[in-house]
Write a protein that binds this ligand. Structure first.
Ligand code: FES
Length: 127
């Protein structure tokens, strides 16, 4: 479901991104938090107790909106296992509210975060 306002709003070009492995389209340079919320995604990650975390300040201060991202490299063919291994190694944790959408962005949010090596997210913030 798309929760955007369309009447009277001009937007830039749509670009493809991947959210938890599902290909979708959103708008170039809008914040990643905006894109995720527009698609109805409110659980961005979980803390050590398993509590849902999502955008709170929306200005880069609280770190509640952390998500895993990977920039895809078009043209590379890999086996499914090699692709998954690479994702685990190269995932970066970013604040979704401070990250602009770019073409080919691959985002991991919510419960899917647990499928990745998320020690860096939890270790760094002590949650
Ligand atoms: S919502 Fe607070 S840092 Fe992104």
């Amino acid at each position: 479901m798309n929760k955007r306002i369309f009447i009277g709003v001009e937007r830039p070009a749509k670009v493809p991104i991947e959210i938890n492995g599902d290909l979708t389209e959103t708008y170039l340079n809008e914040s990643l938090a905006t894109a995720l919320l527009a698609f109805g995604i409110t659980v961005f990650n979980r803390n050590r107790q398993g509590d849902c975390r999502g955008p709170y300040c929306n200005m880069g201060t609280c770190f509640e909106c952390l998500v895993g991202i990977q920039q895809s490299r078009p043209g590379e063919e890999k086996t499914e296992k090699a692709e998954k291994d690479e994702r685990v190694e190269k995932v970066q944790w970013v604040r979704a509210c401070m990250t602009p959408v770019t073409e080919g962005l691959s985002v991991v949010v919510g419960d899917s975060v647990d499928t990745l090596n998320n020690s860096s997210i939890r270790g760094r913030h002590g949650r």
